[in-house]
Unconditional design. Sequence first.
Length: 395
Amino acid sequence: MMSDTPLRLASRVGAISPSPTMAVMAEAMRLRAAGEDVVDFSAGQPDFDTPEIPSRAGIAAIESGYTRYTPNPGAPELRAAVAAAYRRDFGLEFGPANALITSGGKHALTGVFLATCEAGDEVVIPTPFWPTFPEQARIAGAEPILAPADAATNFRPTRAVVEPHVTDRTRVILLNVPGNPSGVVLDPGELDALAALASEAGAVLLWDDTYSRLTFEPAPEGAYRRMQEILGPRFVIAGSSSKTWAMTGWRVGWALGPEELIRGAAALQSQMTSNACSISQKAALAALEADPAEFQWMVRAFAARGRRMREGLLDIPGVRCGAPDGGFYLFPDFRDRLGPGEGSRSLAEALLDRERVATVPGVAFGHDTHLRLSFATSEARIEEGLARLRRFFAV
Ligand code: GLU
């Protein structure tokens, strides 16, 4: 006879919310599969196919039988290539032993948080924030502390924003530039000031640089190198192949940091996932070693699409929207178009119901009068979506 004792789940299951970005994306996909004509501005992934250079390397990996375990922290040549790419692109001093290859950027964050935080620690996260950051801190037992940035500065996560939230329990200060969803990049002086703050607080400055190779202006010469000089082993990076090379499904990311942190995170990973997919590691290696100019067409396309989408949004009366410095999101403010008591969730739901336009409610990023719109979609779909938004707000 089947036992009627209820299944008891761990409290952490209830404490962690599922990813809202992934949830909206899944709903848009479900509607499309059911034959609905959805304009998907939710998807945080390039609409482009993975370029030939990484794709061919993946095919070659399968054909040559590179389909077994790699060392848990990643293939040695990929660890070396990640370190070399950060020297080439940002002047940073990392060697292969400072690089851990993970199953995507989220997994790199997991490794860093688990290796640095424990119960009682605090992680300072400027807002608006990618919804995964606070949940990752919680998974590691730490408390996420939100530091609201100002819409008037396009949400620059500066020292002035972060400092009031730093305490003697601060273990990690999170920096996500270009920001998801704001698209903002900090100036060299602002980066120096943040690095100095983290150094004074004895905290790790964790740079999630997922969109750092998708900036519309070149990275300021030497700015990140200076942060590393200021912070030494407290400068840690979590990065990803997903957005730069349209490789979201391949799941390859990395963490860069001091050897002891990387060794610790590698030990955790060895018990959780072993290594990132061997085939995907070969694809990421080819992408990292290729001339970055090979992929600049995607960045140019995102920049043009972002300009067009922002222009279209600003044409809607009462809508405000900052200009992104990189990435592929806009985070417009609809406060003047919301009904009494209405928040971003009901606005996003109404847009999806009435116009079949998928967006992510700003409340998931800490700002309930905003929506996040991704412009990683074709010009034609952007025009169609803008036409639907105009119609929706004309009512
Ligand atoms: N990072 C992307 C986003 O913000 C993909 C979904 C996710 O991983 O959250 O939409």
